[in-house]
Design a protein around this ligand. Structure first.
Ligand code: HEC
Ligand code: HEC
Ligand code: HEC
Ligand code: HEC
Ligand code: HEC
Ligand code: HEC
Length: 503
């Protein structure tokens, strides 16, 4: 008689295939796991393979072993073999059964240990920036690029999009599964719509790192502009922004972060999905219970609209809606390139040409990059032939910087660009604060939400050269529009002319 090391039932084709699959997967997992831990390769596909593809195949292989044994037992029974009357049957008197039991116990031990390590690692992997930012490469590409140059470049995607706690983890992974399907089936919208309705409340994300009690004082900021004239005239505006917030000593609140005062609740109803048109605002003083309701007198909501409208409680994201995915307008992106010395402002007309060329509608990034180089080169070769010869190097640098401004901010494949995602901070390119601070939002008692320029900031200096003005008083300067547009800057919003391209 043949001596078997394992129970006779284990000798069948299905179980052998199962064992082979499981062993190969185990070896692959161990090799990949060691490589993944030792070598820092930022490739999400290794992670996906390691944590999402291989383990199910391994389990499938393991399952084949008992399935094969069961079928073998049925076959033997049908064949009338008397040795297999009942199932299961374990006889430690046989060395083959002892071996099987030992293999099974050790195998289970290893399997449970590996899966706990694996699950823990898989949890971290699916929360990593690497996974979120690069797996669905094309889909998340714009957000990932913008994220990497934002002030939150070191904050993991999950800190804002998932937050802590098992409930939100499961919720995000469930919706994630649908998203994976949508991407595979190419059924997702372009651009990806915001606001994200399921985004977790700011208290549980932003306020984990920035707590409102810590906000006070003001911030000085310089806004650098270059005009669209031949000289690319520089027009900086230096302002003190009254960020404010709670004063930790006196407990008083003032300034812009007054909205986040814990004693106040601001609610509003928007007309549109992207919350850009806000005709109705209500503030509630939590201490006295007093409420004030403001309506836009140009565009008030009817009683039915108020009843059926969705109330939203204002939080950080109503102003800081682009803390991490900042898609700059051509105007801003080129100003930044000039400011940082990547574009030489001595090249005549460069601001205008560069903005014009990147705001064209291109079918793809590569086509855009090609056109940018051609258009700028052609322009200087034809309009300024002498200068083109002298400043060849500077013009080539300017082309390079313009291409960079384009590819960092405009993504034709995903239809992502500044005008798709309004920025709610400020009021220069988008309506922002003026959604409520329009000057037309009035309460029944006749109170108005302030639109006075000095409510939110004071101007410390503005302009350059012989038109420069510097403030000598506490109140700052009155705003001086660089181009004569009469009183239009008081009567209209800046964003109505300054749309991110040439006004
Ligand atoms: C500092 C917080 C923060 C971080 C970090 C962050 N996001 Fe976002 N993300 C947001 C907010 C806020 C929105 C817009 C929500 C809204 O308007 O409702 C958003 C929107 C998005 C959108 C929708 C499209 C859009 O541009 O509005 C995508 C896609 C996205 N994020 C992906 C990512 C990825 C991928 C990462 C990591 C590489 C990441 N996010 C990191 C806060 C963050
Ligand atoms: C994991 C911690 C963390 C989370 C969560 C987080 N932030 Fe930040 N935030 C930071 C850090 C770090 C900085 C950079 C501070 C610096 O540059 O000095 C920053 C900077 C900022 C700034 C200043 C930007 C600037 O231009 O200097 C704003 C505004 C801001 N965060 C808003 C938000 C909002 C809104 C959210 C929620 C959507 C959020 N943060 C979530 C850590 C976080
Ligand atoms: C009626 C349209 C209109 C309105 C409203 C308007 N501007 Fe302008 N703005 C212009 C024009 C036109 C120019 C000249 C473009 C050039 O040659 O630089 C200009 C130029 C500027 C510049 C010089 C740099 C640049 O980008 O061209 C600044 C800064 C500026 N405006 C700020 C503002 C601010 C702030 C407001 C709102 C308080 C505002 N403007 C409102 C039309 C407008
Ligand atoms: C009414 C609009 C508004 C709301 C609501 C708001 N902020 Fe701000 N926040 C601003 C403005 C405006 C600035 C000034 C900086 C600027 O102009 O970019 C600022 C500045 C900041 C800064 C940088 C300056 C600092 O003091 O460190 C952080 C961080 C910040 N906000 C976080 C938050 C968080 C977190 C929340 C929610 C609790 C919040 N903000 C709510 C408008 C707002
Ligand atoms: C959803 C509507 C809404 C939006 C959007 C909004 N505000 Fe307000 N804001 C209000 C209301 C309501 C008041 C209270 C008016 C009052 O009491 O006179 C207020 C008051 C203020 C005050 C005065 C606070 C004080 O010291 O009494 C400042 C400063 C301010 N807002 C700045 C901003 C800035 C900056 C933005 C844009 C980043 C902004 N607000 C966006 C509704 C809004
Ligand atoms: C409700 C508050 C509020 C009011 C009222 C307000 N501003 Fe502003 N303004 C802001 C904030 C906040 C920013 C900063 C935006 C940022 O950080 O990008 C800003 C930015 C600016 C800038 C720089 C814009 C840029 O990108 O270069 C100018 C200039 C300016 N404001 C002028 C004015 C003038 C003129 C008025 C009066 C007609 C006015 N503001 C009224 C909140 C306000």
């Amino acid at each position: 008689m043949k001596i078997r090391r394992l129970p006779r039932l284990a000798y069948n084709v299905t179980s052998t295939i199962g064992t082979t699959i499981a062993s190969i997967m185990l070896i692959l997992i161990i090799i990949l796991f060691i490589t993944h831990s030792l070598v820092d390769i930022p490739n999400p596909y290794i992670g996906i393979f390691l944590y999402m593809v291989l383990p199910p195949v391994l389990v499938f292989g393991l399952l084949l072993i008992p399935i094969g044994m069961f079928r073998e037992w049925r076959r033997l029974k049908r064949g009338g073999e008397a040795a297999y009357p009942k199932w299961p049957y374990i006889d430690f008197g046989k060395s083959s059964h002892r071996n099987a039991a030992i293999i099974f116990s050790i195998g289970t031990g290893i399997f449970v240990t590996l899966s706990s390590i694996g699950t823990y690692q898989a949890y971290h992997f699916t929360e990593s920036v690497e996974f979120c930012g690069t797996t669905c490469h094309d889909v998340m590409h714009p957000e990932y690029i913008a994220y990497q140059k934002s002030p939150h470049a070191r904050v993991p995607c999950a800190a804002c999009h998932v937050g802590s706690g098992a409930g939100w983890y499961t919720k995000s992974k469930l919706s994630g599964m649908y998203q994976v399907y949508a991407v595979l089936a190419d059924e997702y919208p372009k651009p990806i719509p915001t606001p994200i309705q399921s985004l977790r409340p700011a208290q549980e994300t932003c306020e984990q790192c920035h707590w409102p009690e810590r906000f006070y004082g003001a911030q000085q900021r310089q806004f650098n502009h270059y005009m669209y004239d031949e000289n690319n005239t520089s027009w900086p505006i230096n302002m003190l922004i009254k960020t404010g917030g709670g004063n930790p000593k006196t407990g008083q609140t003032a300034g812009i972060h007054w909205h986040m005062n814990i004693n106040m609740q601001i609610e509003y109803i928007a007309r549109d999905e992207s919350r850009q048109v806000i005709p109705w605002v209500k503030i509630t003083d939590r201490l006295t219970g007093r409420t004030t309701t403001y309506q836009n007198s140009d565009d008030p909501l009817s009683a039915e609209e108020i009843d059926s409208g969705t109330l939203r409680v204002m939080d950080c994201m109503d102003c800081h809606n682009r803390p991490s995915h900042i898609f700059n307008s051509p105007d801003y992106a080129i100003d930044l390139a000039i400011l940082t010395g990547k574009i030489d402002p001595e090249i005549p007309d460069i601001k205008r040409i560069a903005v014009e060329v990147i705001s064209e509608n291109y079918e793809s990034t590569s086509l855009g990059l090609l056109e940018i180089a051609n258009t700028i080169t052609e322009y200087y070769r034809n309009e300024y032939p002498e200068l083109y010869k002298q400043k060849r190097v500077q013009i080539d640098d300017a082309i390079l910087a313009t291409k960079e401004a384009f590819s960092n901010n405009i993504f034709p494949e995903m239809k992502v660009l500044w005008s798709e995602y309004p920025e709610n901070i400020g009021h220069f390119t988008d309506i922002g604060c003026m959604r409520c601070h329009s000057g037309n939002h009035e309460s029944e008692e006749g109170l108005r939400i302030s639109t006075d320029c000095n409510t939110c900031h004071i101007i410390l200096s503005q302009g350059s050269g012989d038109r420069a003005e510097v403030s000598t008083s506490q109140e700052g300067l009155e705003f001086h529009h660089p181009e004569d547009i009469d009183l239009a800057w008081q009567e209209m919003g800046c964003h109505e002319c300054h749309t991110g391209v040439q006004p």
